[in-house]
Design a binder for this molecule. Structure first.
Ligand SMILES: [Zn+2]
Length: 193
């Protein structure tokens, strides 16, 4: 009886260890898959960049410059950090953002100083929605290259949202349907207050 209990305990420990080992193995496989997805996604983003730059140049009042931005992937937390740093740099010039704007998740971000577009880690670039995120950030890149002056940083958003909406429209979609951003929100979030 006593022996059986010992065996059962040993078996339990062994099974626990085994399942732990399995869990680690799974997560490392997932990590590898994630990494290889990102290599593919980065490739997709780079090849799409060319087309997006030309399209934005043809449809909006922005020069289609050949300088492509750097493209990186970042977590929500990293993007929030980049956004705060960007705000810090332009302090004194930026008005306080309305609370709602601060709370809204950062989908992607363009870092003006390093000319880098940060895309979310789950970005694959195959869907019109994913592509429209790149379009939005590419507008910020072209605004930056062209040295367009804005009354306030929020004013940069209008053209970016309009371009994103126009890209989605090519696929019968809209900013409002896909991102819950209607034109009223666009106007409000790009207004200098
Ligand atoms: Zn933007």
């Amino acid at each position: 009886m006593h022996d059986r209990r010992v065996i059962a305990a040993i078996a339990f420990v062994a099974i626990s260890l085994l399942s732990d080992a399995n869990a680690n193995e799974v997560s490392s496989v997932q990590r590898e898959q994630e990494a290889s997805h990102q290599v593919d996604a980065a490739q997709t983003a780079r090849s799409l960049s060319e087309e997006v730059i030309v399209w934005v140049g043809a449809n909006f009042d922005l020069p289609a410059k050949a300088d492509r931005p750097q493209i990186r992937f970042a977590t929500q937390t990293e993007m929030m950090r980049i956004r705060i740093a960007d705000r810090e740099r332009s302090r004194g010039y930026v008005q306080e953002e309305p609370a709602a704007e601060n709370e809204r998740n950062v989908v992607a971000i363009y870092d003006t100083s390093s000319r880098t577009i940060y895309l979310p880690e789950n970005w694959r670039g195959k869907s019109p929605e994913d592509q429209s995120i790149l379009v939005h950030e590419m507008v910020h890149h072209l605004q930056n290259l062209a040295g367009v002056k804005f009354e306030c940083p929020a004013a940069r958003e209008k053209a970016a949202y309009l371009a994103q909406d126009k890209w989605l429209a090519r696929f019968g979609k809209s900013l409002e349907d896909q991102f819950d951003v209607d034109m009223f929100t666009v106007v409000i979030s790009s207004a200098c207050m």
